[in-house]
Structure formats: structure tokens, C-alpha cells
Write a protein that binds this ligand. Structure first.
Ligand code: HPA
Length: 271
């Protein structure tokens, strides 16, 4: 894996005139709008990057966008890889390894989720303050590569408390309603049954989705600082559960996206 990471990193540096990003951004479903705020220096479609997984979803090829946001050099993934698409955990998290090798020290992740917290509203912006890994596996399973991180990485502060506090402050100062909570990540691709929402809520999660946890585990393994934000697109709360569709998830996420993008941009500027 080290060889692949180094080869891909070298290839990206060659294609971008040695652009060295400091902050990595992974944009979730319907949340790609933040890229409009980036002063773009380079765009690399995933299919042009050696060793990058090729997307399984037609018309969703995805790209890396490198440029400046809030005065910082950033690398953003427009389109991420999901476990339910059939990728291995190593494939899903490979871009995070490459970001780290390029010089990224802070990872910002966003996603769409279902909310189990009874105080949540549809469109709620939830700043992630912890997670629960409900995937049946872990991206770090296998021989540990000491150059990439420790065998038993600490997860006691997976979501940087200072960044959480700063984001809450930015939201408050700009009259944007946000909450904080725990994100449970699982495989999908089906949405949850009412009993599953109840179960996931009872074990301590406020929201549930099909991504993020693998990337955050690998970011922490590599010693990166993490900030995460989730848009609650539907409710897994007894009495409020209705049919969920991917289209509805995208629609609600897109509606909340400008507020989320504002917070993230401001946060990056203040980092
Ligand atoms: N469950 C899982 N993933 C999701 C949901 C949900 O209710 N909403 C958006 N992504």
C-alpha cells in the first residue's frame, strides 16, 4: 500500500505543479456546493489519478479539486466512495492516505444522515462530536504499516473539540441553528427499519448514515485532526418515520448546504 500511496502522491504533485494542500475536504451527498467557494487551481477527475477507485455509479465519476478556500490551500473530494458500492475499506480510505502524504493535517468531512434525536428537525445541521462504527469491519484490519500510523490508534478525541466549539460559535454569531451529536456509520444501502432506528438511537447515536466512519478512522490513524458535519435529511424518530428516497435526501441536503458551507468556510479561515 505504501508504494501505491507514494506513486499516487507523486502523480498528483506532478499534475499540480507541486501543490501542497493543508486541509482535506470530503463532500457528501448533495453537499458539493462548497467547491463553488474554492478558488480552483487544479481539477483532477478520479479516472486520471493512478490507483484511485473508479466510480460504480454512472455519471458520478467524481473529482479532486485543489485550490484556495478561506486563505488556506485545500484539496476537496467531490464524490466519495461508499462501502455499499462494493469497494474495500482500503479503497474507500485510500484518498485520505494520499491527502496525508500530500501534507494535509486537518480533514473536514460532510454527509447526509437520518436523525434519531427527537429534538432534530429535517434539515438540521449536526456537528459531529463522536461516532460509532457499525460497519462490520474496520479499515485498519490487516498488518499495520508503521509508517502510516500506530497499531492501536487512540480515538478518545476523534472529532477535534476546539474545532467543534469554534464551529458552534461561528453558527451562533451568524444565527444559524446547529446541534451536536454522535454519528453512527453503517453499510447501507437500504435505509433503516423503524426498529433499527430505535436500536441505533438507544445505543447512543443521534444520527445514522452510510459513510464517514472509515475515512475518519484512517485520518486519525495518520495523526490528522478531524472536523465533521452532518445534514439530517430524514427522521428515524417514532411517529415521524416516513418513506425515504435518495432523491429526497439529496434535495434536503442541497437546501441546507449553503449554511453548512458558510460554517465550514469560516471555520477553515479561522484555523
Ligand atoms: N439512514 C442512513 N443513511 C442516510 C439516511 C438514513 O436515514 N438519510 C441520509 N442518509
Amino acid at each position: 500500500m505504501l508504494e501505491q500511496i507514494n506513486f499516487t502522491t507523486k502523480s498528483i504533485l506532478e499534475k499540480t505543479n507541486d501543490f501542497r494542500p493543508e486541509i482535506g475536504i470530503i463532500l457528501g451527498t448533495g453537499l458539493g456546493g462548497l467547491t463553488k467557494e474554492i478558488s480552483v487551481a487544479h481539477v483532477l477527475p478520479y479516472e486520471s489519478i493512478p490507483n484511485f477507485p473508479v466510480s460504480t455509479v454512472e455519471g458520478h465519476s467524481g473529482k479532486l479539486i485543489l485550490g484556495e478556500l478561506g486563505g488556506k490551500r485545500v484539496i476537496a473530494m467531490q464524490g466519495r466512495f461508499h462501502f455499499y458500492e462494493g469497494y474495500t475499506m482500503q479503497q474507500i480510505t485510500f484518498p485520505v492516505r494520499v491527502m496525508k502524504a500530500l501534507g494535509v493535517h486537518t480533514l473536514v468531512v460532510s454527509n447526509a444522515s437520518g436523525g434519531m434525536n427527537p429534538n432534530f428537525e429535517i434539515g438540521e445541521i449536526m456537528i459531529i462530536n463522536d461516532h460509532i462504527n457499525l460497519f462490520p469491519t474496520n479499515p485498519l484490519i490487516g498488518k499495520n504499516i508503521a509508517e502510516l500510523g500506530p497499531r492501536f490508534p487512540d480515538m478518545s478525541d476523534a472529532y477535534d473539540k476546539k474545532l467543534v466549539a469554534k464551529a458552534v460559535e461561528i453558527a451562533k454569531n451568524n444565527n444559524i441553528r446547529v446541534s451536536q451529536g454522535v454519528y453512527a456509520g453503517l453499510t447501507g444501502p437500504c435505509f433503516e427499519t423503524p426498529a433499527e432506528y430505535r436500536y441505533i438511537g438507544r445505543i447512543g447515536a443521534d444520527a445514522v448514515g452510510m459513510s464517514t466512519v472509515p475515512e475518519v478512522i484512517v485520518a486519525k490513524h495518520g495523526g490528522m485532526r478531524v472536523f465533521g458535519v452532518s445534514i439530517v435529511t430524514d427522521l428515524g424518530v417514532d411517529g415521524k418515520i416516513v418513506e425515504v428516497t435518495h432523491e429526497e435526501v439529496q434535495h434536503i441536503a442541497a437546501a441546507a448546504e449553503p449554511k453548512m458551507s458558510f460554517i465550514v468556510k469560516q471555520l477553515i479561515a479561522e484555523m
